[in-house]
Design a protein around this ligand. Structure first.
Ligand code: AMP
Ligand code: MG
Length: 500
C-alpha cells in the first residue's frame, strides 16, 4: 500500500495560488462584483476534510492572520480572489424559465490546490445582477442542510460539490417566516451547469459566447476530448455518461435531489445545489421529497428519466455548435444502457454478490417490491441484510422483522440464500463487503432538522457532531446508534420546500 502524499499547506493566505480563468470568458458570461457585507458573522461549522483538500492549515479558521470568518462571511477577500457572478438560464419543472444565474452565489476564484484546481463559491453572499426579485441571501436552515449533505455525500463516495464552512448572522431574512442569514462556502472543480450552455443558445442567441464556453469547458475540464473528431458531441456524451453513473449512485442510497431543474445539473456529473433533498425512509419508489413539487416530477423513481430529459435540454443548448440534431440524439442513446448497467451493478453490490448472473436484477427488483409493499426502511433493510445467514433453515429475524408479509420475505430469502450458495459466498466476508457499500448513516431529514433547531437556538455542536458521524457512514459507530434508527413519527410531517 502506498501512502498518499500529504498536501502541501499554505502557511499564509498570500501563499494561496489563485487563477481566475473564468474571467477570460468575457463579460457576456459574468459580472464581476464583490460580496455584500454580512453583519456580525459567527461560525456555524467548518469541514476539516474539505480544508485539507484545499491545502489550508488545520487551524485556518481560528488564526487571526487568516481572517477566515470575515472571508467566509463575504466581509473580506484573501489576496488574489476576484469574485464574480455567472449567468445561466434553464428549464425549471420542465418549463423554460429564461435567464437565471448566480442570484446569490459568487465565485471567489479558482484555487490551485494539492488536489487540482478547485473553485470556491459563497452562497448567500448578497444580491447580484441575476438575483431577479430575490434578496441574494440564504437562510441558516438551508445552509446547514447544504453543508451537511455535501460532506455526507462525499463520504458515501458520491460525486458532489463540497462545503468548507457555514457562517451565520443575525441578519433577518424573510421566507415563509422571518429567519436569519447564513453563507456557505462551496468547493468544486467547476460549478458549470447545463443551464450555462442553454443560456447562450436560447436567451442570448450568442454562438460565439457559447463556443467560448464550450472551448473553456473542454480545455479545463475535459482536455482528453479535444483529440476527438467532434469534441462538442464528445462532451455531450461524456456528460451523459457521468450523469448516468451519478444517477445510479443516487438511486442506490435512496437519495432524492428534489429540484432537478437543468440549472441544478452539473457539467461534471456532480451532485449540486442541495435544496429540498431527502433520503428515503420507509421505501416508497414514488417518494416526493420537495413539498413544492406537487406533480412529483422529481419523485425518486423518476430521477433517472428526468436526468435524460435534462441531457436533451443540454443537447438543445449545444445545437448551434453541433448542427446535426440526429447526431446529438444518437449520442444520448447510450444513457439508458449505461444507467441500467450501473444500476444493476449497484443493486448486485448492495446484495453482496460478486459474480454477475442473469437473475440478479430480478432478485433485487423483487426485494425492492417487497420493501415498497411493506414500506420497509430503505437504509435499514440493506444494512441489516449484511447479517443475513445463508445457512439452510436460518430465520434471519432481523431482516424478516422489517416485513409485514413474512411468507413473501421467506420466499425471497430462500432465493437469496440459494443465489449466495451458487457463488459459494462466505457469509462473514459478504457481510464485510456489504457494510462497505450499504451505509448505516445517511442524512435523514429529522437528523438535519434536530441539528438546525439547536443551531437556531445558538448551539452549533449538533451540526459539527452530525458531520463527523456522517463522515464515516459505513462504520458501526455504536455510540451513535440513535442516528441510524428508524425515523421518529414526527419526521413524516416534515415539509421541505424550495424555500431556502
Ligand atoms: P434554486 O431553485 O435554488 O436552484 O435557484 C434558482 C435560481 O434562483 C438561481 O438562479 C438562484 O441563484 C436564484 N435564487 C434562489 N434563491 C435566491 C435568493 N434568495 N436570492 C437571489 N437569487 C436566488
Ligand atoms: Mg440552483
Amino acid at each position: 500500500m502506498t501512502l498518499a502524499q500529504p498536501p502541501t499547506e499554505a502557511a499564509r493566505p498570500e501563499q494561496l495560488q489563485w487563477r481566475n480563468r473564468f474571467l477570460e470568458l468575457g463579460p457576456a458570461h459574468y459580472t464581476a462584483l464583490g460580496p455584500q457585507p454580512l453583519p456580525q458573522p459567527h461560525w456555524v461549522a467548518t469541514s476539516a476534510d474539505c480544508a485539507r483538500l484545499l491545502g489550508l492549515p488545520a487551524d485556518w479558521a481560528r488564526r487571526s492572520d487568516w481572517n477566515a470568518l470575515d472571508v467566509m462571511a463575504g466581509n473580506a477577500l484573501w489576496p488574489g480572489m476576484q469574485p464574480l457572478a455567472s449567468v445561466y438560464s434553464g428549464h425549471q419543472f420542465g418549463v423554460w424559465a429564461g435567464q437565471l444565474g448566480d442570484g446569490r452565489a459568487l465565485l471567489l476564484g479558482e484555487l490551485q490546490t494539492p488536489s487540482g484546481t478547485l473553485e470556491l463559491q459563497l452562497k448567500g453572499a448578497g444580491m447580484t445582477p441575476y438575483s431577479r426579485r430575490a434578496d441574494g441571501r440564504a437562510v441558516l436552515r438551508s445552509s446547514i442542510r447544504e453543508f451537511l449533505c455535501s460532506e455526507a455525500m462525499h463520504a458515501l463516495g458520491i460525486p458532489t460539490t463540497r462545503a468548507l464552512a457555514v457562517v451565520g448572522s443575525p441578519l433577518p431574512v424573510r421566507r415563509e417566516a422571518v429567519e436569519t442569514a447564513a453563507v456557505v462556502c462551496r468547493v468544486a472543480p467547476s460549478f458549470l451547469r447545463f443551464g450555462h450552455f442553454e443560456h447562450f443558445a436560447h436567451t442570448a442567441g450568442d454562438t460565439d459566447a457559447l463556443r467560448r464556453l464550450v472551448d473553456f469547458t473542454l480545455a479545463h475540464h475535459y482536455p482528453e476530448l479535444l483529440r476527438e473528431p467532434q469534441p462538442v458531441l464528445a462532451l455531450l456524451h461524456a456528460v451523459s455518461e457521468r450523469t448516468a453513473r451519478l444517477l445510479a449512485q443516487w438511486q442506490s442510497v435512496g437519495f432524492c435531489h428534489g429540484v432537478m431543474n437543468t440549472d441544478n445539473m452539473s457539467m461534471l456529473g456532480l451532485t449540486i445545489d442541495y435544496g429540498p433533498f431527502g433520503f428515503l425512509d420507509a421505501f416508497d419508489p414514488g417518494h416526493i421529497c420537495n413539498h413544492s413539487d406537487d406533480r412529483g416530477r422529481y419523485a425518486w423513481n423518476r430521477q433517472p428519466q428526468v436526468a435524460l430529459w435534462n441531457l436533451h435540454a443540454l443537447a438543445h443548448g449545444l445545437m448551434p455548435l453541433i448542427g446535426d440534431g440526429e447526431a446529438a440524439i444518437e449520442v444520448l442513446k447510450p444513457y439508458a444502457e449505461v444507467f441500467a448497467q450501473a444500476m444493476t451493478a449497484a443493486w448486485r453490490a448492495k446484495l453482496g454478490l460478486l459474480e454477475a448472473r442473469e437473475e440478479d436484477r430480478a432478485l433485487a427488483d423483487d426485494l425492492l417490491r417487497l420493501m415498497a409493499t411493506d414500506r420497509a426502511d430503505f437504509t435499514i433493510t440493506f444494512r441489516r441484510l449484511a447479517g443475513f445467514s445463508s445457512a439452510p433453515g436460518a430465520v434471519n429475524a432481523s431482516v424478516r422483522d422489517l416485513f409485514i408479509d413474512r411468507a413473501a420475505f421467506d420466499a425471497w430469502a430462500l432465493r437469496y440464500a440459494e443465489r449466495l450458495r451458487v457463488e459459494a459466498a462466505i457469509d462473514a466476508e459478504r457481510a464485510l463487503r456489504m457494510n462497505r457499500i450499504n451505509p448505516k448513516f445517511v442524512l435523514r431529514n429529522h437528523l438535519a432538522q434536530a441539528a438546525i433547531q439547536r443551531a437556531q437556538e445558538g448551539d452549533f455542536t449538533e451540526v459539527q457532531r452530525l458531520m463527523k458521524v456522517l463522515a464515516r457512514p459505513f462504520d458501526e459507530q455504536p455510540e451513535h446508534a440513535a442516528d441510524a434508527g428508524f425515523p421518529p413519527d414526527w419526521a413524516s410531517q416534515l415539509e421541505v420546500s424550495c424555500s431556502s
